[in-house]
Ligand binder design. Structure first.
Ligand SMILES: *Cc1c(COP(=O)(O)O)cnc(C)c1O
Length: 251
């Protein structure tokens, strides 16, 4: 039996508005300005037409409320990125790579993505650096940290994150723009928040280091559909939302 890929209850406009309302409430609750947290739509498994509907819904919402900041888009798999990006090129979305990037996929990813959030090794950073030398602007990269230590999760160990960030920041062709994590898979809000607080501390330590290229490392990409409130409370500047906007997925 196959579950439907998309939950068709309500319109995509309604679900996007509901997520925006959760974000606004989370910002208000912690005294953060609403534009300080951007919404990235994680579009994995969703066809390009579905992603287009979300982008159009976002444009409609922004026409009614000009204080809203445009959504970003994120793909886990380069294969999906290269399939969808050409079909959406007229809308010029800001694509982020948010999944593990194999070295043989770097060129394909760089054709479409302005930011790679999933840099977890110096080897990948060096490859991105080499292939970014001819870009008109440096490639934005985040260091992905495995804050929960769950074996299934991608990301550098927290103990090694500072060193990796400084090494990445020093590479030509790259601009270290921040840090990304996938939160703990735990029903315990305290555990989830502790992971997000750890990412914030790592970011603050890198900024405080004053090392070359680190001043731009301000972003904290953390929080998903189930836990965006915890992430915003701990300082997220980008939350990555899939199912709450697109509906349930089969993977
Ligand atoms: C799928 C995914 C998300 C969004 O998850 P939802 O629970 O659907 O909101 C965020 N980040 C990454 C890296 C993902 O793969």
């Amino acid at each position: 039996m196959t579950a439907p890929a998309v939950d068709l209850d309500g319109s995509i406009d309604d679900r996007l508005a509901a997520v925006r309302a959760r974000l606004a409430a989370a910002c208000d609750a912690t005294g953060r300005p609403r534009p300080a947290v951007r919404l990235l739509l994680a579009s994995k498994t969703m066809p390009a037409e579905r992603v287009r509907e979300a982008l159009v819904a976002d444009a409609r919402a922004r026409a009614l409320d000009p204080t809203l900041v445009p959504v970003l888009l994120g793909e886990n798999r380069v294969q999906e990125l290269v399939e969808k990006a050409p079909a959406l090129a007229d809308l010029a979305p800001d694509w982020h790579v948010i999944g593990p990037l194999q070295s043989n996929k770097v060129n394909a990813a760089l054709r479409w993505a302005g930011t790679v959030e999933s840099v977890a090794t110096l080897d990948l950073a060096r490859r991105l650096s080499e292939r970014s030398r001819d870009r008109p602007a440096p490639l934005a990269v985040h260091v992905q940290v495995n804050v929960s230590g769950e074996a299934s999760k991608h990301g550098v160990h927290p103990h090694d994150a500072h060193g990796l960030a400084l090494a990445v920041a020093a590479l030509p062709g790259l601009r270290l723009t921040g840090f990304m994590t996938v939160g703990a898979n735990s029903p315990d809000d305290t555990v989830v928040r502790a992971g997000y607080a750890l990412l914030r501390t790592l970011r603050d330590e890198v900024l405080a280091s004053g090392a070359p290229g680190t001043a731009s490392a301000v972003e904290l990409s953390m929080g998903m559909s189930r836990d965006l409130e915890a992430a915003v409370a701990e300082g997220a500047t980008v939350v990555r939302i899939g199912s709450a906007v697109f509906g349930a997925r089969t993977r």
